[in-house]
Ligand binder design. Structure first.
Ligand SMILES: Cc1cc2nc3c(=O)[nH]c(=O)nc-3n(C[C@H](O)[C@H](O)[C@H](O)COP(=O)(O)O)c2cc1C
Length: 251
């Protein structure tokens, strides 16, 4: 089975650690897909092979974004649920929200990657959630947060209440809280996340800065690789939920 997974980035900063974590996660998804392709060669039953295709949403520059701040739209949680979800987009006034609705409806699952800002999550992320309602219901969800010493746990708790409680998303058990080394918060450098496609190369291309007095070298992302296993667990749990949901929809 092929699953379409949306990844919403909570940060819109140009130099963003969140975007770096997303690149790293995307490389793990490719790795997962390659492993599954190898299994496919030795197993003709393609239905048992679960692969993922990701669509990353940058809330300021992906097609259809930025979304307007919610003002005129009807409150979907109060609106009558159409029998056919594809009719939902007709209820929206703004064409951008219609497009956002169609985008989310295509997904089999969602991963939100977000930093913690002042003990909460960014307002632009809340806005993109508030525009829709039924599109998110029962959608399998994984959450990855970033922050300092707690890895953004406070914003995880808030997102959990909103997504699981209000929007009725199907949150997986595993969440990943990425604790950013000081240098990645206060310094100029941000997570690159892209050159770990091949795990064996993880110490190649590391350009060490001899003058750097911080506890973690700016270019050394080996600390990020320590989250690899947790991220794999998150992906596996998401796949399980997506598979279950697809099978349920077929019935
Ligand atoms: C406005 C703002 C508020 C922040 N508040 C917190 C916070 O409450 N807790 C925390 O651990 N980190 C906090 N940080 C640090 C961020 O977690 C860190 O800068 C992270 O890199 C932000 O992700 P981004 O680079 O993708 O925007 C804050 C950063 C900003 C810009």
């Amino acid at each position: 089975m092929l699953f379409k997974v949306g990844i919403i980035l909570g940060s819109t900063r140009t130099h963003s650690n969140t975007a770096g974590v997303s690149r790293y996660l995307e490389s793990l998804v490719s790795q997962h897909n390659n492993d599954k392709k190898a299994t496919l060669k030795s197993n003709s039953n393609s239905d048992t092979i679960n692969r993922m295709e990701v669509e990353v949403i940058h809330l300021t520059n992906s097609p259809g974004h930025p979304l307007p701040f919610l003002v005129e739209e009807p409150i979907m949680a109060k609106a009558h649920r159409p029998r056919n979800l594809s009719e939902l987009s007709e209820l929206y006034i703004d064409s951008k929200i219609q497009e956002w609705s169609k985008t989310v409806l295509q997904w089999d699952g969602l991963i939100i990657i977000t930093p913690q800002y002042n003990w909460g999550y960014p307002g632009i992320l809340k806005n993109c959630l508030d525009h829709l309602y039924y599109e998110f219901n029962k959608l399998p969800l994984g959450i990855i947060t970033l922050g300092g010493t707690q890895g953004g746990l406070k914003c995880f708790e808030q997102l959990k209440i909103v997504c699981q409680g209000a929007l009725n998303m199907n949150l997986i058990d595993k969440n990943v809280a990425i604790k950013l080394p000081k240098h990645f918060i206060q310094g100029e450098n941000r997570i690159k996340g892209s050159y770990y496609n091949n795990n064996n190369n993880q110490n190649q291309n590391i350009d060490k800065d001899e003058d750097d007095n911080n506890d973690v070298d700016a270019q050394d992302e080996s600390w990020l690789v320590e989250y690899q296993e947790e991220l794999h667990v998150l992906l596996e749990q998401l796949v399980d939920k997506m598979k279950f949901r697809k099978e349920e929809q077929k019935r």
